[in-house]
Write a protein of this length. Structure first.
Length: 319
C-alpha cells in the first residue's frame, strides 16, 4: 500500500470563530443588613434575584402535602383493593377466620359492590406478577428510574514469593448506581429545585457607618471564589455549536456513610449522596427539602475475598 507523503497537507479540524464577550458587572441594592450582590456575567445580566420572591412558606420545616393520583394502583378503587388484598394475603387454604375477614370487608360501609363489577382481575394479577421496572405510570415506580447494576472487578497484586504471583482479577459484586447526568437533568427539569442559583455572585457587606466598604461575605458555595472563577472561565470558553441558551455552572457535592438499618445486628447500607451546590446550605440541611439524591450503593469486600487472599499468601492474609 502507498504511504502518505510527508509534504501532503493533512486536513485539520476547523474551529469556529470565537471572540471573548465583554463581562458585565451588575450590583444589587443593599438590604436592611447592608448586604448586596455583585454579579459578574455576560450580556445580559441575570434577569431575576433568586431570593427576591422568597417568603416564610419556603423556609417552613413541614413538608407540603403530596397528591396521590393512583393510591390503589393497580386496583382501580378501594373496594377492589381490599378484595385483592384478602385474596393474596391469606394463602390458598382459607380458614374460618379468613371467611370472617371477607365478611367484614363486604359489611364495611365504604365497600361498594358496583366498584368491583368491572374490575379486570386477570390483568391486575399479571401486573402484580411483573417486575416493577416495566411500568412508569405509577408515582411510586419513579424511584427506580435510571438505576442500573454494574459488576465491579478489582485488580489484586501478589508479589512473586506468594503461592499465585501476579495480578488477580476479583469480582467483588455489583455496584447499584444511577447516571449523574440523568440526576442533573431530572433535578433541573423538576419542580423541587428550591432556591436554585444559576448565576454565582460575590456577596458583600457594607455597614451603615461605611467604615469598611465591600467586605466579602462567605457562606454559600455559589458565592465562593472558586465558583465565581469557574463561571467566568465558562463565559470565556467557546459555546456549544448551535446553542444560544444561557450558560451556567452546576456544583456537585458528594457524601458517603454507612447506615445501619436496625438497632440490633449488622445489617447496613452504604449509600452515596449527591447534593447541588446551587442550592442554599439551609435548604440542603432541611430534611423536608428532599434535596439529597442517592446515586450509588457501595458494597463491602465479602468474607470470601479474605479467604482467597489468605490462601494466596500462604495463610497470612488480611484480618
Amino acid at each position: 500500500s502507498e504511504g502518505t507523503p510527508e509534504n501532503q497537507d493533512i486536513p485539520q479540524p476547523q474551529l469556529a470563530d470565537f471572540s471573548l464577550q465583554p463581562l458585565a458587572i451588575s450590583t444589587s441594592i443593599k438590604n436592611s443588613f447592608g448586604l448586596y450582590q455583585r454579579f459578574i456575567t455576560g450580556i445580559p445580566p441575570p434577569s431575576e434575584d433568586p431570593e427576591e420572591n422568597l417568603d416564610i412558606r419556603d423556609l417552613r420545616d413541614a413538608a407540603p402535602p403530596r397528591s396521590m393520583q393512583e393510591p390503589f394502583f393497580p386496583y382501580p378503587n378501594k373496594s377492589s383493593f381490599h378484595l385483592g388484598e384478602w385474596y393474596w394475603n391469606n394463602g390458598h387454604q382459607k380458614s374460618l377466620a379468613n371467611f370472617q375477614a371477607l365478611v367484614m370487608i363486604i359489611r364495611d360501609p365504604t365497600f361498594k359492590a358496583a366498584d368491583i363489577t368491572k374490575t379486570r382481575w386477570s390483568e391486575i394479577n399479571n401486573i402484580l406478577g411483573t417486575h416493577v421496572g416495566d411500568f412508569n405510570d405509577a408515582e411510586w415506580l419513579d424511584m427506580d428510574e435510571g438505576w442500573r447494576s454494574t459488576p465491579i472487578v478489582i485488580q489484586v497484586p501478589f508479589h512473586n514469593r506468594t503461592k499465585a504471583p501476579g495480578i488477580l482479577s476479583y469480582c467483588v459484586g455489583d455496584l447499584y448506581h444511577r447516571s449523574i447526568t440523568a440526576v442533573i437533568r431530572e433535578r433541573l427539569t423538576g419542580s423541587s429545585q428550591g432556591l436554585f442559583v444559576y448565576y454565582p455572585y460575590k456577596l458583600l457587606w457594607e455597614p451603615s457607618d461605611a467604615e469598611h466598604s465591600g467586605v466579602r461575605v462567605y457562606g454559600e458555595l455559589y458565592t465562593s471564589p472558586a465558583f465565581v472563577e469557574s463561571y467566568k472561565a465558562l463565559l470565556n470558553s467557546p459555546p456549544e455549536p448551535g446553542c444560544s441558551a444561557p450558560q451556567a455552572i452546576i456544583g456537585l457535592m458528594f457524601w458517603s456513610d454507612a447506615t445501619h438499618l436496625t438497632s440490633f445486628g449488622q445489617v447496613q447500607l452504604w449509600p452515596a449522596y449527591m447534593f447541588f451546590g446551587n442550592n442554599s446550605k439551609y435548604d440542603r440541611c432541611s430534611p423536608t427539602s428532599n434535596l439529597a439524591s442517592h446515586i450509588a450503593y457501595f458494597q463491602k469486600l465479602p468474607d470470601a475475598f479474605k479467604d482467597l487472599a489468605s490462601d494466596c499468601l500462604g495463610g497470612k492474609g488480611p484480618i
